[in-house]
Design a protein around this ligand. Structure first.
Ligand SMILES: [Zn+2]
Ligand SMILES: [Zn+2]
Length: 138
């Protein structure tokens, strides 16, 4: 079966995605670190229309370095980060790997913003590492 499911810690927000992730990326930027609970966020890239979310969510919009607005969607009760969107990539959504029902179903392919990684969050030496933001398709 294609796709994947996930949800927040308390279970009030659930999602289903009917598509496989087009990309899986660790991001070590400050915003991902601060919203993650550890040194980085791990994001899946999927077509936005493939993602079906059930339950009430909160959003936080913030301008990124690039000048684009990143919207972070999270559970208003337990605070789990769920997914984000980026104003420069309107057809895409970026669910967090942290909330997958089966986190081992995905394999990270790249690390970005590695110049901002804290010392204590080692970057996988097997992965291509980009010091800043790469040009993403889409
Ligand atoms: Zn929750
Ligand atoms: Zn980031």
């Amino acid at each position: 079966m294609a796709g994947f499911t996930g949800g927040c810690l308390c279970g009030r927000v659930r999602y289903e995605c009917s598509a496989e992730p087009q990309m899986v990326v660790h991001c070590y930027c400050v915003d991902c670190r601060k919203s993650s609970g550890t040194g980085h966020g791990t994001h899946l890239m999927v077509p936005a229309e493939a993602l079906q979310v059930r339950g009430e969510v909160s959003v936080y919009d913030r301008d990124a370095d690039s000048g684009n607005t990143v919207r972070r969607v999270f559970c208003p009760v337990c605070g789990s980060p769920l997914y984000s969107t980026n104003s420069s990539m309107p057809g895409l959504a970026f669910p967090r790997a942290s909330n997958l029902d089966d986190p081992d179903s995905v394999t990270p392919e790249m690390a970005v913003y590695t110049s901002r990684a804290p010392r204590w969050d080692a970057i996988d030496p097997e992965l291509p590492a980009v010091p800043g933001m790469p040009d993403l398709p889409g």
